[in-house]
Design a protein around this ligand. Structure first.
Ligand SMILES: [Ca+2]
Length: 369
């Protein structure tokens, strides 16, 4: 490959201090090529393309939902108001006080994974008169109904909430409460929470105090498909959304220092209260990420890990970055320019140093003639 060839040429040249001897133009072209390819692969390595990675059918829920049911051989179990048709899994209908969930019966022993969820939230409720939302789970227990979007409180594991109703009305009006931190996010709001069982989810504050990160997203009553992706790999939790019918992922949450064990269960749940919506899951597709771990990491008992987060950002830091710091967004022109400029400067410095060393050596050699 040109990329490999270039990499070898450039690396070897630097190693041997022969930069001076190389055709400088080809070096520059090679560097530019390298940079371009690295940038492209960085951007595209962000999300599973569904081909190079491995779909795990035993953890995936797909049309026409075979293997969903209450029999002992089924891979997905459901509860409450959940209705399974050939086209969707409806966790709740657009009716008040409903709760439903669907759970993978097979515990997941993958260390690095990515879950793609296609969902649809729709109903007759007008602006702000709909609720409550969907939660996607990776938890120790399964099928434990409760008050957190149809699942138990004090759960152990990871939750991603798609909260469509603002319960914390105190901070609703930005003009009335300009300094209220609750006013800085609009609903629907997607957030993540990791729990070792000790934390309650505070519905009245929309989980604000336990939220690790989040983003606002218009996801209701869309004619197009809406998706979210949850990636967990090497202690990093990333949530991306594709809800604008642009067929591209936008970063919503990206936090490091997250520790989750293997052997937990994936599930989805939803609830309605005084207000309602249809909460549908179209598919949940689980991909194994091929990631190498150190021997130390591999020697650990990953089933014993307690869910935790060490690198907590303050909630204030979780506000959508107005500069659009999304990894999946292609680099803007000036960023590319800056990158290339830095690379070029680096090359010039290396070349000068190399040349000086080379000349010094030549001179020293001459003395012995
Ligand atoms: Ca809420």
């Amino acid at each position: 490959m040109a990329y490999e060839g270039c990499r070898r040429v450039v690396c070897t040249s630097f190693k041997m201090g022969l930069v001076k001897k190389m055709d400088s133009l080809s070096t520059v072209i090679c560097i530019f090529l390298l940079l371009g390819i690295s940038t492209v692969s960085l951007v595209h390595a962000d999300i599973t393309d569904g081909n190079s990675e491995h779909l795990k059918r035993e953890h995936s829920l797909m049309k026409p939902y075979q293997g969903v049911g209450t029999s002992s051989s089924s891979q997905w179990d459901f509860w409450g108001s959940t209705l399974v048709t050939s086209q969707y899994v409806r966790l709740t209908p657009d009716e008040r006080s409903k709760q439903g969930s669907i759970w993978n019966t097979v515990p997941c022993f993958l260390k690095d994974w990515e879950m793609h969820v296609q969902f649809k939230v729709h109903g007759s409720g007008k602006k702000n008169l709909h609720g409550d939302g969907i939660a996607i789970w990776y938890t120790r227990e399964r099928l434990h109904p409760g008050p957190v979007f149809g699942n138990q409180d004090h759960f152990v594991g990871l939750a991603i909430f798609v909260d469509t109703f603002r319960n914390d009305l105190h901070g609703m009006d930005v003009n009335t409460y300009p300094n209220d931190e609750a006013s800085d996010r609009s609903f629907p709001y997607i957030s993540a929470m990791v729990n070792n069982g000790s934390l309650p989810y505070d519905h009245s504050k929309d989980g604000r105090s336990t939220e690790l990160g989040g983003c606002s997203a218009e996801i209701r009553n869309k004619d197009h498909d809406t998706y979210l992706a949850i990636r967990y790999s090497k202690g990093r939790l990333t949530v991306m959304i594709d809800v604008d019918d642009k067929n591209e992922w936008k970063e919503c949450i990206d936090i490091g220092g997250v520790r989750l064990p293997i052997g937990y269960y994936f599930g989805a749940s939803a609830a309605t209260g005084d207000l309602s919506d249809n909460h549908d899951i179209i598919s949940m597709k689980m991909y194994q990420l091929m990631v190498e771990h150190t021997p130390e990491e591999d020697s650990l008992d990953w089933t014993k890990i307690e869910p935790s987060v060490s690198l907590l950002k303050s909630p204030k830091d979780n506000i959508d970055d107005p500069t659009g710091n999304f990894r999946s967004t292609p680099l803007t022109g000036w960023k590319v320019f800056l990158l290339l400029l830095c690379a070029l400067l680096g090359i010039v410095v290396c070349a000068v140093v190399g040349a000086v060393v080379f000349q010094k050596r030549q001179e020293r050699n001459k003395r012995f003639y």
